[in-house]
Design a protein around this ligand. Structure first.
Ligand SMILES: NC(=O)c1ccc[n+]([C@@H]2O[C@H](COP(=O)([O-])OP(=O)(O)OC[C@H]3O[C@@H](n4cnc5c(N)ncnc54)[C@H](OP(=O)(O)O)[C@@H]3O)[C@@H](O)[C@H]2O)c1
Length: 328
């Protein structure tokens, strides 16, 4: 598997990583055995980068990833977790040293490690990303050996640019895909110049870009694709990339007509993302072994065709841009 560098951590990661939210909760049910076999299938296929968070299933995702890394003790795996959403409300005042120390201690315990590879601030308020004392505190955590490095998961282009301007931020995690083009233009070049790694989440726009849903598709009641369609529980952009479902289904079907035979629409969508300059790793959320294997194999596919790339731009400009471009 191709690897790319987290320059500020002097460490590399597989270009195809794996997101582990769905192994915790909020995507319908994935039982423990399926979760573990999905993680192992990814690692067997060369995936070394796994993204989780302390709140996914209230720690369940971290505990499963912890069990998995103990079972793969012979493999050099890179686990990124997130912190900051255990407080009841998303306010800068909750990002205190005491809270952060206790949340980091809990992640260390859940993952069963002595030092966290990478801790990302979990989509904090803009004020938190702008506050210099946050960076100083996390520099302190690094010097104490609690964490190897820190990054920030953001909602907006402006938040990403604010974080990248700080000298010790190792990574920015951001939504970017064929239905969310602005970060490729405004964030990735700046991050590459600064040596900040870019972790792309929602590379499939919550599954839309797999091109398998119809306008009539439904999701279970405990899946955010049911309960967060309009941002009822968290930022609307986290569900289907903020694209209205019917419009996304139609656009994904159009884009799928430009996919090379033998490649799935999901694989083409992932390949297109890793072919964009400045992307370090992508973290598709596989729900089973088949998806994990299909996603990992994208690293071996030929580069995206010009026909597909042109279709991405055209479809975005014609039907997607008005719904997302100026919001995030
Ligand atoms: N705030 C944050 O920091 C934040 C927020 C969101 C996500 N994340 C991270 O990003 C990761 C990925 O994002 P995401 O899970 O929201 O979205 P995603 O990767 O865009 O979509 C995941 C969904 O795509 C479908 N899928 C995956 N592989 C497929 C394949 N090979 N073929 C067809 N369909 C496939 C599955 O849905 P079905 O099987 O149901 O169709 C899966 O649940 C998360 O796991 C999490 O680690 C972070």
């Amino acid at each position: 598997m191709e690897t790319r560098d987290f320059v500020r951590l002097a460490r590399s990661a597989s270009v195809i990583g794996m997101g582990c939210w769905q192994l915790g909760a909020d995507w319908g049910s994935v039982d423990d055995a399926t979760a573990l076999s999905t993680l192992h299938a990814a690692a067997d296929a060369g995936v070394t980068f796994f993204d989780t968070a302390d709140v996914y299933g209230d720690g369940r995702s971290e505990r499963l990833v912890g069990q998995f890394i103990r079972e793969r003790a012979d493999t050099d795996l890179f686990v990124a977790t997130k912190t900051g959403r255990r407080a009841a409300a998303q306010e800068d005042s909750h990002y205190t040293e005491a809270n952060l120390r206790s949340w980091i201690a809990r992640s260390l315990d859940n993952l069963g490690v002595e030092r966290l590879d990478l801790v990302q601030w979990h989509c904090p308020p803009t004020a938190t990303i702008e506050r210099d004392s946050m960076y100083d505190l996390f520099d302190q955590f690094v010097s104490e050996g609690l964490i190897a490095g820190y990054g920030v998961s953001v909602e907006t282009v402006q938040q990403a640019l604010t974080a990248i301007a700080h000298p010790h931020i190792a990574s920015v995690q951001i939504i970017a895909n064929a239905f969310r083009l602005r970060p490729f233009v405004e964030v990735m070049p700046v991050a590459a110049q600064a040596g900040v790694a870019i972790i792309v989440r929602l590379p499939l726009a919550s599954g839309l870009l797999a091109g398998t849903y119809t306008r009539d598709s439904t999701f279970s009641h405990d899946d955010h694709r049911t309960y967060n369609r309009n941002g009822e529980a968290f930022d609307k952009g986290e569900t289907f990339s903020g694209v209205p479902f019917d419009i996304g289904v139609d656009a994904a079907a159009q884009l799928a007509t430009f996919v090379t035979p033998g490649v799935s629409a999901a694989q083409a969508a992932l390949r297109w993302v890793i072919d964009q300059p400045g992307v370090t790793t992508i973290i598709p959320g596989a729900r089973n072994v088949t998806q994990a294997q299909a996603n990992a194999s994208v690293a071996l596919l030929p580069a995206t065709t010009p026909e597909y790339s042109n279709a991405v731009i055209r479809i975005y400009d014609e039907v997607i841009r008005e719904h997302v471009h100026n919001q995030w």
